[in-house]
Design a protein around this ligand. Structure first.
Ligand SMILES: Cc1cc2nc3c(=O)[nH]c(=O)nc-3n(C[C@H](O)[C@H](O)[C@H](O)COP(=O)(O)OP(=O)(O)OC[C@H]3O[C@@H](n4cnc5c(N)ncnc54)[C@H](O)[C@@H]3O)c2cc1C
Length: 445
């Protein structure tokens, strides 16, 4: 009989396990996959170059993740952003410096006002209990798209706001509750923090890739980890939990479920969970995103004083970043396909996807982009143990009806994972914080 069984070896589960072990508890960490890291997955190639197929960036105020990087001696480095950004709109490529995109003045003002308004509204959100926010029901009865329609009269402003919103949530604004959008914005501070490279959530990356920290963390408690162990059933009584899968069954005093909320529905609970809790995980959905990567022998766009950042409301690839390694020994462009574009991208053949991605890179950065050493793309929607990315999103009406169940323990069942965090919800930082919070909950802190 363990003190605690933790389900899921993403950053949340790893952090919870580490903290509970340090407090002297006996812990078993069960992971469905054959690796740790969950939504953080670094693919490394024969020549040592690597790409992060999931979570990649870390930025200011993500203190818990920085502390882990320091503790496990993983170096961080700045995302390349020197030079001009690129905008592609109505068939024209424009280059610009700084944060202000070259839009007609009316659209620009409208966009700027919307960002400021959203930041201001987000300040009213009760982070610990979003359903208690003033006017919570009003905000939760409206989608982000409906708010955008009311707030911005210029189509162009709405188009570019949508590009930013999709890059933040990996979902279409018409799918997201406005209350959730406000909550998420405040949870990371404001929209500027969520959107920006310098001074924002995309400021830095980890040398060797974001999974390095997870791999090093687990080295210290390998014996407590069981990989290839998908949990299928949790039986719970007042005294104990029995956690079982196809070829195992273990008992503990507490269980921590640190898997994405919609994926919890793969687990059978005996007795069944309260109806509201089940409703919550039935209604939350995972975002949709593809990362497309082209690897070149060098970051050739830098020769033209371009920083590899592009934004466009047209086509599948709407945002790009320079994801080259710290020393620039390879040139790596990463293009996001987000929200509804991610859904239609999934219907293309691999060759069509490659054509689309390289075609977009060539539009932004020139013909050289058509000749990479390697192209690859990846999406998390078909992944049984994740179901999509970046994170679980709440559509209209969910926060105010059943949202309070998100991290409320049920007997000796405790909930962790980035979706349960009130700070940096949806990010790795949120996952780490949720692991710390749940360990404290069990330790009675
Ligand atoms: C494409 C993409 C880009 C992203 N970019 C960033 C970024 O740049 N910066 C950032 O901070 N965040 C980013 N994120 C989000 C970030 O990766 C996640 O918020 C974070 O990794 C979530 O950690 P977690 O521990 O909560 O959940 P997860 O990492 O999902 O961990 C859950 C674990 O549970 C396991 N599991 C599921 N079901 C079972 C079961 N039945 N039995 C046993 N195990 C199970 C899974 O295999 C997984 O290992 C991105 C995500 C994606 C996918």
């Amino acid at each position: 009989m363990y003190d605690v069984i933790v389900i899921g070896a993403g950053y949340a589960g790893l952090t919870a396990t580490r903290d509970l072990l340090r407090a002297g508890k006996t812990v078993l960490l069960l992971e469905a996959r054959d690796r740790v890291g969950g939504r953080v997955f670094t693919q490394t190639f024969e020549d040592g170059s690597y790409v992060d197929l999931g979570g990649a960036w870390v930025g200011p105020t993500q203190d818990r993740l920085y502390a882990l990087a320091k503790e496990y001696s993983v170096e961080t480095f700045k995302t390349y952003d020197a030079g001009k950004s690129t905008q592609y709109f109505r068939g024209k490529v424009k280059r610009y410096k700084g944060l202000i995109p070259p839009l007609p003045i009316g659209a620009l003002l409208s966009l700027d006002m919307a960002i400021k308004k959203m930041n201001k509204l987000s300040k009213t959100v009760n982070l610990e209990a979003p359903w208690l926010t003033p006017n919570a029901v009003q905000w939760d009865s409206m989608t982000l798209a409906e708010w955008m329609q009311k707030q911005m009269s210029f189509t162009t402003a709405r188009q570019f706001f949508k590009v930013a919103a999709e890059a933040i949530w990996a979902a279409d604004p018409s799918e997201i509750s406005m209350l959730h959008a406000l909550f998420y914005t405040k949870s990371g501070k404001d929209l500027d923090m969520l959107m920006n490279v310098k001074g924002g959530a995309q400021e830095e990356r980890m040398v060797g890739g974001m999974q390095t920290v997870a791999n090093r963390m687990v080295e210290t408690f390998k014996d407590n980890l069981r990989l290839n162990s998908p949990v299928k059933r949790i039986e719970h009584t007042a005294e104990r939990v029995t956690v079982s899968g196809e070829d195992f069954s273990f008992e503990a005093k507490h269980v921590v479920v640190a898997v994405p909320p919609p994926v919890i529905n793969n687990i059978s609970f005996q007795p069944a969970l309260p109806s509201s809790r089940t409703q919550l995980t039935q209604q939350m959905f995972m975002g949709a995103v593809w990362k497309t990567y082209a690897i070149y022998d060098r970051p050739f766009w830098r020769d033209e004083n371009l920083n590899g950042l592009a934004a466009t409301p047209d086509g599948h690839i709407t945002v790009t970043f320079d994801n080259s390694p710290k020393d620039g020994s390879k040139g790596i462009l990463m293009g996001f396909v987000l929200g509804n574009q991610a859904k239609s991208f999934a219907e293309l053949s691999p060759a069509q996807r490659q054509d689309q991605a390289l075609g977009a890179f060539a539009t932004f950065y020139g013909e050289k982009a058509l000749q990479p050493l390697r192209y690859l793309d990846y999406t998390w929607t078909p992944e049984e143990w994740t179901g999509g990315c970046y994170a679980g999103v709440l559509p209209k009406g969910v926060w105010t009806s059943v949202g309070k169940w998100l991290r409320e323990p049920i007997g000796n069942i405790h909930w962790a994972g980035t979706e349960t965090s009130d700070v940096w919800n949806g990010y790795i930082e949120g996952a780490v914080r949720s692991g710390e919070r749940v360990a404290g909950e069990i330790l009675g802190k």
